[in-house]
Design a protein around this ligand. Structure first.
Ligand code: XMP
Length: 486
């Protein structure tokens, strides 16, 4: 009962991050000794943070960067199986200094259009391709005439026949060439001159010592999946390729403790070689059942994802009256894991994190990793373009059960109750643009690390010892900024 008592669930309370605070503790180690690394089954991560499997959060660019910075991205599934396969391939083939998903323009585009692309994507230059995807030029801000009204064609002002490098260029060769020609970007091409990637000075410099990698040195990749195999044979083949190439499959359903979902996932585990995290669930009993009664093979079943209705875009709890806030759910499932599969099953606390300070609270009640959409939807690396509302830069963030996400059409309705096609269980809105992922991750990691240091835990592996106290409403108000004119 350790974690349930600690989270006050033994008194019948369903508490959430805001209800509690971590208490300070004695610290006998140096800040530099505090270790944020954690494990998910056989996989090791220098950062215990995962980006959610949502279509406004994790596509290949987010997944590549999450892995480069030591965490994990879980690709969403609100798309065709072939798009999923493409995304997984891009992550697994990504070389950490090469951009593979390059934004390009054609010679016939107008400068006005290019200016819009530059602004929306925050990119300062593009390779120019002909109709066969061969590189015929490059256009950067420096090529565009200063007059704001200028609206000639890309072909008129681009730098023609730019220097390109072969697709298999090494980091050292790339850096040397960039220095030699004093440029910011060089396109990479195959033997026919067709664009294969891009190197930039900015991306070549850092070496990503913390990147999450598989045994072959490729980036680790998560993939959101349905608990059911596709029925169509062609789709099944494509799904199998994507699933076997990804490292970790995560069933992506609102409430996983259902006979159909369990049986479906068992079939998946029989034919897919990758590891599985199942979820979401929110109670001790559900975890006990999944661990003890399902017969999921031990070598495939590596984790459980918990939390229901806490997500910032979720309406499941208010639409259905059922929910398990992530803090509560983590403690419940952590106790079941300790009782029945200690050290064998990892726990991901999913959703509901508002502030960096919320992270330590889930590790204190037994999480191994945390997952968030809220923190990452506003990053440069999330899918979607920048928008502007009353002068503020924003990006779209939406729940996978929102009517907007469901409207995509390819979304499999099995994330929610299978027969319910009308009831939205999520919303869509705008979230402030936050800039590059690196900065966002750094502030999360710093908040978590400082919290562990204040609480006297030398790392994630000691967080379970950290004490938790319940706070009053007055305490919550006092924790926030108060009595200040802003
Ligand atoms: P945050 O708090 O990071 O939560 O925004 C992300 C998590 O929320 C879940 N999710 C949903 N839950 N309706 C729900 O009830 C939805 O439409 C929805 N979309 C995502 C999911 O677990 C995600 O990781």
């Amino acid at each position: 009962n350790y974690f349930r008592e600690k989270s006050f669930a033994d008194r019948g309370w369903i508490l959430t991050f805001n209800d509690v605070l971590t208490l300070p503790g004695y610290t006998s180690f140096k800040p530099s000794e505090c270790d944020l690394s954690s494990n998910l089954g056989p996989f090791h991560f220098e950062s215990p943070i995962i980006s959610a499997s949502m279509d406004t959060v994790t596509e290949e660019e987010m997944a590549i960067n999450m892995a480069l910075f030591g965490g994990l991205g879980v690709l969403h599934r609100n798309c065709s199986y072939s798009k999923q396969l493409q995304m997984v391939k891009k992550v697994k083939r990504a070389r950490n200094f090469i951009i593979e998903d390059v934004a390009t323009v054609s010679p016939g585009m107008t400068i006005k259009e290019v200016r819009v692309m530059m602004k929306n994507r925050g990119i300062s230059g593009f390779p120019v391709l002909d109709s066969k995807n061969k590189v015929i030029g490059i256009i950067t801000q420096r090529d565009i005439p200063f007059e704001s009204e200028y609206d000639g064609k890309v072909g008129d002002v681009m730098t023609k026949d730019p220097i390109c490098l072969p697709a298999n260029v090494s980091r050292e060769e790339g850096l040397a060439k960039l220095y030699e020609i004093r440029k910011e970007k060089i396109p990479l091409v195959d033997s026919d001159g067709v664009l294969t990637g891009l190197i930039t000075k900015k991306d070549l410099k850092p070496n990503y010592p913390y990147a999450s990698k598989d045994t072959k040195g490729r980036l680790l990749c998560g993939l959101g999946c349905s608990p059911f195999l596709p029925k169509n044979l062609e789709e099944l083949e494509t799904f199998k390729k994507a699933a076997n190439l990804a490292d970790i499959l995560m069933t992506d359903v609102a409430e996983f403790h259902k006979k159909d979902d369990i049986e479906g996932t068992k079939k998946l585990m029989e034919i897919i070689d990758s590891k599985f995290v199942v979820g979401n669930i929110g109670t001790y009993e559900a975890a006990e059942d999944l661990i003890c009664n399902t017969g999921f093979p031990e070598d495939k079943f590596i984790g459980i994802k918990v939390g229901m209705g806490s997500g910032s875009i979720c309406t499941t709890s208010i639409q259905t009256g059922v929910g398990a806030p992530t803090f509560f759910a983590t403690a419940q499932v952590a106790d079941a894991i300790n009782d029945y599969a200690p050290g064998k099953i990892s726990l991901i606390a999913d959703g509901g994190f508002k502030f960096p300070g919320d992270l330590i609270k889930s590790f204190a009640v037994g999480a191994d990793m945390i997952m968030s959409g809220h923190f990452f939807a506003g990053c440069t690396e999330s899918p979607g373009i920048l928008d502007n509302i009353q002068g503020r830069k924003v990006k779209i963030y939406r729940g996978m059960g929102s009517k907007e996400a469901r409207a995509i059409g390819s979304y499999v309705f099995d994330r929610y109750v299978k027969d319910s096609k009308k009831l939205a269980e999520g919303v869509s809105g705008y979230t402030p643009f936050l800039g590059p992922l690196e900065g966002v991750l750094l502030s999360l990691e710093e908040g978590l690390k400082n919290g562990l240091i204040y609480a006297g835990a030398k790392g994630i592996s000691e967080a379970y010892k950290v004490k938790i106290g319940r706070v009053s409403t007055a305490g919550i108000n006092e924790s926030n900024v108060h009595d200040l004119i802003r």
